[in-house]
Design a protein around this ligand. Sequence first.
Ligand SMILES: [Zn+2]
Length: 533
Amino acid sequence: MRSRFTVLTFLVSAFVCIAARSAAPGKDNSPWWGHIKTLASDDFQGRLTGSPGYRKAADYVAGVFEREGLKPAGTAGYFQNVEFEVQTIQTAASRVMLKSAQAAPVDVSDDLVLSPGIQQRKTTAAPLVFAGYGIHLPEEGYDDFAGLDVRGAVVVFLVGGPDSIAGAHRAHAVAEVLPHYLEKSGAVGVIQVASPKNREVPWARQKAAGTQPGMVLAEKNLRRYQGLMFGASFDESKAQVLFAGSGKSFADIVALADAHQPLPHLKLVPQIDAHVEAVVTPLTSVNVVGELPGSDPTLAAEAVVLSAHLDHLGTGKPDHGNGIFHGAMDDASGIATLLETARMFHTSKAKPRRSVVFLAVCAEEKGLLGSRYFAAHPSSHAGHLIADINSDMFLPLYPLRDVVGFGADESSLGDVARSVAAQAGVRLVPDPQPDHLVFVRSDQYNFVRKGTPAIMLQMTPKANTTEEATYKQWFSERYHGQADDLEQPVDIAAAEAYTKLVYQLALKVADEPAVPQWKKSSFFAKFAAQPLP
Ligand SMILES: [Zn+2]
């Protein structure tokens, strides 16, 4: 997941730095920041999966793992090879038209981004069907597809969900259930539209990112879509054209969605006529895996995973500086926490009873693919991974006080996290933005799919304060932008306190007599009995 200091705040913090130079942790004397300074520097060229910059970053992480006394736990030393197919869409040679009997054809090629991570059909001529939020959870009493025939159709849906379904379940419905349902029911494509309220990245930037090549895992049964689909995201400011003549306006639908009301389902008037040119090539990249063996002869067979993603977006057309997507917060910050946690275990001489697996994954930005591969083929402690604690863009932009624990309500791991946090004076608070579907948007989700309780902690701003403004500005100005760089203001003390919290949580979970358990009420508990592929 993948912005904004007022001049006044900046001046105040500059003054504080001068006044307390020797005591306050700053970028210059923080080992946590030191890793980011390396990984987010120009030398690493934005760490695109499979690129020389990524490989250099993987070597750096392996070097720190070795220095901190971790055992190699990949398939080749610290590395686990992951095979991909890369899809590069030839935008100039691709075309998407809307056609209807009532009006002249409309060329919408410029109003959408063809999904590079879905293996695209070459030609698609199909009716459009609007399926509300695209949520198919009949067991929860909610089905946007009830009575809707989508065979041979391209399904349009709005990202979000009704109040009656918890954020984590909505997230699962869109990420996991929808692709299977669409393929099973014979749909030939999918178009997603964001509600303007939920937009994190300006459309122009999302569009620029969409011109990058996409990836799927070479192993077919690990893909979200097994076959070919037409796939696109549509610019919500242009989305009315999809609803022309349907009797519903896009604005009406957005108003319902913003109020978390159920949405109508309808056949849309235009047909889609798409031609997509794409080039597909093979690629190999790596996850980096190190292990701290447990001290208890029996419990050492079980392992707690600490994960973060090492990849970012590489380079692009310069829009801020030199064209490099540095990914300082996304997710060099999480990798720095991983490496610092390894150092804390090393220097504290703590001897956790269970093993701890340190995992730096590739291709998170390409659809959580490196972690998906690892979860399907663990190179360490296969079948005995008892928990995952993931760090992705935890955003230390202000003091550490409130933290959202994504997944915290689903398993006893949340209770452990709550007590460890409380001892550090930190509160675990509910997710204020369930529509952003964060739970399925980072690597912890691939452990959940396999039945392993997981949690991701992210710092959250105090509502209605300058912190909230800072947080929002960070997303609009820096998230997945070239301004996620080394120059941005960061609260180093908060980052170090967060890292300590991750360390203490890992140690506690590794030492506790009981293994984390899913809550009986959790929607995700069923994956412990029946893991997903
Ligand atoms: Zn990201």
